[in-house]
Every structure is written in structure tokens, then in C-alpha cells.
Design a protein around this ligand. Structure first.
Ligand code: GAP
Length: 504
């Protein structure tokens, strides 16, 4: 597939064509940065959530789940700092009248320099062939070192400006870097202003008298305010975690990159409560464990990297992102933060309720420290979906499109296909379908030639096609075709269920 932009367009088009993701309210011309998951998208999304829930809640006896409401008391967002500080720095281009996030303009500028580094590395790889030592090249090549120094210096200046909320300095950085508006091509920028990302609404029948509520911008606060409820009713002993999957809402200014940055999205978050002083050990533990969760999907390790934060938020004492190589470059997929006792202490202060834990081993009460793991469902979907989509040229010169999803996440695990629509084959195929559908999602398809039906299943990621032919009626066996290798083998109908379950 030609280049990254073309490939990304292909991802978006494929997601729509096959019923994975549709623009929201499409017949009314859509709603920016809001998307609907179609018949196959909802299956893949549910499977991702189930994979996370199983590995976090089911596989850890000291982690329990929660489903807190989206509406919460407005003081929660005051205590958490979101009312005062959940802002993005905005800048407008006076010629195009387009609005941008100042930090995203700078990130994009850095990404362009990173691209130059990658091009140097690729050039050298081709030149040196087998003998190429990438690590040595990166640490000694002068052009790479110069680019890296440039990136480091921009990052450092940017972090310090953000830390000081220096909006004038941020504008100056954009001017100094020569960043132009992608639409007008000019540097005619307004000043940078702060913009709060929370959606506000009203609760109550009399609008004028009612309280302003916020749609939650993260699920985490629902966990913090239920800390005592869960700890006491579940008799939880520290260290323990509370996990939650749910919708979050942010009035994102830069709405682009498909489901990467949405205004309504879903998060999978876990807050792990630990004894003060042990938090950095637990931070390292979760940093490693979360990366293993991603790698267990079978996606190559070089698609992931850590981005440790050098400048930390005032409440954090360690933070890292797990970044993924999306079609538009490496970007954040998951955040792991050591949040100290900030959130519980703030909620204690604002609610007047003591959110503490009595540690019977130490014989004392304290406010627990927290390690947070926070990952977007939609970003995970995009990472897996875009990584899985490929085009293969076959021996006969034809091209097949394959969505090579990890089998356990695929919407349909198997498709049952009668070779022809007569001679009792559809009836037999229906029998096989009904046998399998208790244990897995199965699709039945009898329309078109068998080759076209295989292609359709390849394109939606079905790992196995089960073909019922005239021999099936005689020998009680079916042909199982594997999506990735296209290898076929005969399997007895009686052992088909077990055969598939073992491979899923
Ligand atoms: N409680 C911590 C928290 O919310 P965050 O880095 O703002 O941290 C965590 O968000 C994750 O949620 C991100 O790593 C990303 O995967 C996802 N996420 C955040 N904003 C998003 C958006 N506008 N659209 C889609 N996913 C988003």
C-alpha cells in the first residue's frame, strides 16, 4: 500500500465498507469526532473489552470491577482539578480561520523531525545490508544526533512552558519553529488561550435552578469516590485494584485521525491502591505487565514503545505512556501513572469524608497511594485493526485483502459455507453452524462462488472457513481453510468444535 496517508484512508474506508465503524449521524452529514460501531465493530470492540476485563479482573484475585455512573456530583471535578486545569492550549490561524491545539502543532513538528531520523536509518539499512547495526548508527551518525538534539531541545522548552502555563511563550515557540497553518500556509497566528475540555449539562426539571453537571472526561474519578465502598464491602486488603470500563467525553478541539481522538470514547482504567513508599515498585510492575498484555496479542514488539515522562504533573511521581506505531506515527495508546495520594486526599478534603485505609499489619491508617493504568478502547481498536489490515499479491497475480486479526478478537471465529446451494449441502451446513454457534460467533454464507466467499471472510478477519461439500455427506468431514496461510485440511464434523476451540 502506497504511503502512510493512503494506507490510513484505506483503513477508514475498510472499516466502513465492512460494517466496523460508521461516522455518527451520517445521513445528517455526520458529527465531528463521533463514530458508531457497526455490526462487526461492536463484536471486535466487545472482544477487546473482554480480553482486558479477563486479564485485569478475572486473572487477578486482588482486582475487582466497578460500573459507576457517568453523571457525578459537580464538586468531584473541582476536587480532581478538572474544572480549573483540564484545558488545552488553543491557537487560531487568522487567514484560514482554523483552530489548532498549540501542543499538537508542536508534536507534529517533532514527528516530522522523527521521520527524518527514520529515513536516515532506513537509508543506512539499505546501504549496509546484513552488517547494519541500528543501535550503533543511531548513537554515532551526526545527522541523526543533530536531529535528536533538536527534538530534545524543543521538548524541553515545550515542557517548561506548559509547566509554567506560559501561553505567550508557547506562541513564541510556534513562531520560532516556523510552524505554518497546513491550510493557509501562513504564520499569522492569534495568541494562545486555554479551553476547558469538559462538556457541561444541566440536571433537574427547572433548568435555571439546576446544577451544572459535567459529562465525565475520565472514568477514574468514579473509582476514587467509590474507594471506601468497594474496600469495605469487598473486604479488600491493600494492595488491591478497582477496574472500570466506560464512556468518557471530551470536547476535543482537534478532531481528526478517525477514532484516535474522539469526543465520546471509551476507557479501560484500573486504579491500584498501595502502601505509601511501595508505589514506584508497583509502577514498574504495571508498566511491564501492561506491555505484556499488548504483546500477548501477537503484534510485533517494535510496534510499541515506552515514552517516560520527564516533566511530571504536580501529583505524579512517575509516568509513562505505551505508544503504538499507528499509520500516522507513534502515538499514545495507554498511560501508566503513579498518582501518589493526590486524588484520595483531594476527595477527602472536598467531601469531608476520611478516605483512608487501616493497615492491620502496620497497625496504622494512611491514605493509599495509587498506580493508574488507563487505556482507550477505541485507540486499541484502531491499533489492532490498522495493524491487521494488509493486501497480499497471490501467485496468480490477484490481490487479496486480509484483516489478520488475532483469532481471539475476530468478530466471527468461523464461517460455514456449503460448497453449492443444493444437494442437501445447505441443510448440512446449517447443522454445523448450529453446533458451533453455542460456543462462538459463526457466520453462514451460501451466496456467490466459494472463492469470493473466502475473500469476504478474509476481509473481515474470520480465522476459519468451514466448507461443507458433497463428500461431507458421505464421510462426515468438512474442509477447514485457514485465513492466514490459506491451507486447507479435512476435519471430522464430530471433532470440529474441539479443533476450533483449541486454535482460538
Ligand atoms: N485517567 C487518566 C486519563 O484519562 P488520559 O491520558 O487523558 O488519562 C487515557 O487518557 C487514555 O484514554 C489514552 O491513553 C487514550 O488511549 C484514551 N483517550 C484519551 N482521550 C481520548 C480521545 N479523545 N479519544 C479516544 N481515546 C482517548
Amino acid at each position: 500500500m502506497a504511503n502512510q496517508d493512503d494506507f490510513f484512508k484505506k483503513v477508514v474506508a475498510h472499516a466502513k465498507e465492512y460494517g466496523f465503524i460508521f461516522p455518527s449521524s451520517e445521513i445528517y452529514d455526520g458529527l465531528a469526532a463521533v463514530y458508531d460501531y457497526g455490526q462487526l465493530g461492536v463484536e471486535l470492540k466487545n472482544n477487546i473489552k473482554q480480553y482486558w476485563w479477563r486479564s485485569m479482573v478475572q486473572m487477578h484475585e486482588n482486582i475487582v470491577g466497578l460500573d459507576s455512573a457517568i453523571f457525578m456530583h459537580p464538586r468531584i471535578w473541582k476536587a480532581s482539578g478538572h474544572v480549573d486545569a483540564f484545558n488545552d492550549p488553543l491557537i487560531d490561524n487568522k487567514d484560514s480561520k482554523k483552530r489548532y491545539r498549540a501542543d499538537v502543532l508542536i508534536d507534529d513538528h517533532i514527528a516530522k523531525i522523527e521521520e527524518k531520523v527514520e529515513k536516515e536509518v532506513e537509508k543506512a539499512r539499505k546501504r549496509f545490508g546484513e552488517a547494519f547495526d541500528e543501535a550503533q548508527f543511531r548513537s554515532t551518525n551526526q545527522r541523526v544526533l543533530d536531529h535528536q538534539a533538536q527534538i530534545d531541545s524543543i521538548r524541553e522548552r515545550y515542557a517548561s512552558l506548559m509547566n509554567d502555563s506560559d501561553l505567550a511563550g508557547l506562541k513564541q515557540l510556534i513562531l520560532d519553529l516556523g510552524i505554518v497553518c497546513p491550510i493557509s500556509g501562513t504564520r499569522n497566528w492569534t495568541d494562545v488561550r486555554q479551553f476547558n475540555l469538559m462538556f457541561a449539562t444541566k440536571m433537574g426539571s427547572v433548568i435555571d435552578d439546576s446544577d451544572t453537571l459535567y459529562l465525565r472526561p475520565e472514568t477514574a474519578q468514579g473509582i476514587f469516590v467509590n474507594f471506601l465502598n468497594v474496600q469495605k464491602s469487598g473486604r479488600m486488603k491493600i494492595p488491591f485494584g478497582i477496574a472500570q470500563i466506560g464512556k468518557a467525553f471530551r470536547n476535543e478541539i482537534v478532531a481528526r485521525q478517525f477514532i484516535f481522538r474522539m469526543r465520546e470514547f471509551e476507557q479501560m482504567e484500573m486504579q491500584f491502591f498501595v502502601r505509601p513508599g511501595t508505589e514506584l515498585d508497583w509502577f514498574r510492575h504495571w508498566k511491564e505487565e501492561r506491555l505484556q498484555w499488548h504483546l500477548a496479542l501477537g503484534i510485533p514488539a517494535d510496534c510499541y514503545r515506552y515514552h517516560d515522562h520527564e516533566k511530571l504533573a504536580h501529583y505524579a511521581n512517575a509516568a509513562t505512556d505505551i505508544e503504538f506505531r499507528f499509520p500516522f506515527g507513534f502515538k499514545e495508546l495507554e498511560g501508566i501513572h503513579s498518582r501518589t495520594d493526590f486524588d484520595l486526599s483531594r476527595h477527602s478534603e472536598f467531601s469531608g469524608k476520611k478516605l483512608q485505609y487501616f493497615d492491620s499489619e502496620l497497625g496504622e491508617s494512611y491514605t493509599p497511594y495509587v498506580i493508574e493504568t488507563s487505556i482507550g478502547v477505541d485507540r486499541t481498536f484502531l491499533a489492532i485493526f490498522s495493524h491487521s489490515l494488509r493486501e497480499e499479491t497471490l501467485e496468480d497475480g490477484s490481490v487479496r485483502t486480509v484483516l489478520g486479526l488475532p483469532a481471539m478478537l475476530a468478530p466471527y471465529k468461523a464461517a460455514v459455507l456449503p460448497l453449492v446451494k443444493k444437494d442437501g449441502l445447505p441443510e448440512k451446513a446449517r447443522e454445523v453452524q448450529h453446533m458451533l454457534m453455542r460456543d462462538m460467533m459463526v457466520q453462514y454464507d451460501e451466496k456467490d462462488a466459494i472463492g469470493r466467499r473466502y475473500r469476504r471472510q478474509d476481509a473481515i478477519g474470520t480465522p476459519f472457513c468451514v466448507t461443507v461439500d458433497s463428500d461431507t455427506l458421505a464421510d462426515g468431514a468438512v474442509t477447514v481453510r485457514h485465513r492466514d496461510s490459506m491451507q486447507q485440511e479435512r476435519v471430522a464434523v464430530d471433532s470440529l468444535r474441539q479443533y476450533l476451540m483449541e486454535r482460538l
